[in-house]
Design a binder for this molecule. Structure first.
Ligand code: PPS
Length: 300
């Protein structure tokens, strides 16, 4: 422990280790048996993403669609990460993500996960739960993840941008390779019809249209007025101002380093990648992303 009183309470950064072939940190593996044995209910809705692909955005949309009218007080009193608990996380020694989900009073329960497809608890499949997967183009995803690791003091130290980019390509970051994640879930969609696969870029392009599609998938028919309200409430600037959606209540995040609601754009990668980095990335990308049916946009 540090003898410097200013540093005494700083959380320590986690070490990555190999967990069944995927780089992970103990925050997401120490409750593994309970995660794997999690009992899903048929009306549970799982929101699955690779980290930084738009989880919070879609979580907030779903929460508003289900509970915006019936329980408006949630919107001003409960942070989004409590309304939509993170299944595999360990919030504290006393409370895990699994406990949080099990204590949810709502129906349906909205549940967040970053697990790659092979780690998803089997009861979600057995119960034929609806799943919303959000994917984001690799270049913006890695930029967002880099800044997130800089500001989240319990994540592994990201190091400098160019070494982080190298590790991303190698898949040596928490939850493993982006490439395997987006492809694994995409493949699952071919055989599991209760999976709605969305793209961050489509949401930026036309949030209202994507909410319409979500509603069709979920069998919801909100009024025109309600849809208008939701579309406006979930715009980046509104979520950034909203203390219940901007993560400002999380002590291990240092917003002086970078805010959680950082840019919310498609194409911010251009301010980070050099031309050489972009070309090398594209070369490597082509080798890893062989399925022509899965296409991402890096500009909109
Ligand atoms: S986490 O930690 O994995 O749950 O993060 P996640 O919510 O998946 O991703 C955070 C990024 O999503 C952006 N975001 C949005 N962009 C546009 N509009 C809205 N409403 C919105 N809400 C969240 C957020 O800003 C992070 O992306 P970057 O590129 O870092 O800004």
């Amino acid at each position: 422990m540090s003898a410097d009183p200013d540093k005494m309470d700083l959380p320590s950064r986690s070490e990555l280790f190999d967990f069944h072939g995927v780089p992970m940190i103990h925050y997401f593996t120490d409750n593994w048996e309970n995660v794997q044995n999690f009992q899903a209910r048929p009306d549970d809705i799982l929101i699955a993403t690779y980290p930084k692909a738009g989880t919070t955005w879609v979580s907030y949309i779903l929460d508003l669609l289900y509970f915006g009218q019936t329980a408006p007080e949630r919107q001003t009193s409960i942070p989004i990460y409590e309304r939509v608990p993170f299944l595999e996380s360990i919030k504290s020694a006393e409370e895990t993500g699994v406990d949080q989900v099990n204590n949810l009073p709502t129906s349906p329960r909205l549940i967040k996960t970053h697990l790659p497809i092979q780690f998803v608890p089997k009861s979600f499949w057995e119960q034929n739960c609806r799943i919303v997967y959000v994917a984001r183009n690799a270049k913006d995803n890695v930029v967002s993840y880099f800044h997130f690791e800089r500001m989240t003091l319990t994540q592994p130290d990201p190091g400098d941008w160019s070494s982080y980019l190298h590790r991303f390509k190698e898949g040596k970051i928490v939850f493993g390779p982006w490439y395997d994640h987006v492809n694994g879930w995409w493949k699952k969609k071919q055989t599991y019809s209760n999976l709605h696969y969305m793209f961050f870029e489509d949401m930026v392009e036309d949030t209202g249209r994507e909410i319409e599609k979500l509603c069709r998938f979920l069998g919801l028919s909100p009024s025109v007025e309600e849809k208008k309200q939701i579309t406006s409430g979930v715009q980046f600037d509104n979520m950034k101002k909203n203390n219940m959606t901007n993560y400002s209540t999380v002590p291990v995040m240092d917003f002086k380093v970078s805010p959680f609601m950082r840019k919310g754009k498609v194409g911010d990668w251009k301010r980070h990648f050099t031309v050489a980095q972009s070309e090398e990335f594209d070369e490597d990308y082509k080798k890893k992303m062989k399925d022509p049916t899965l296409q991402f946009r890096t500009v909109v």
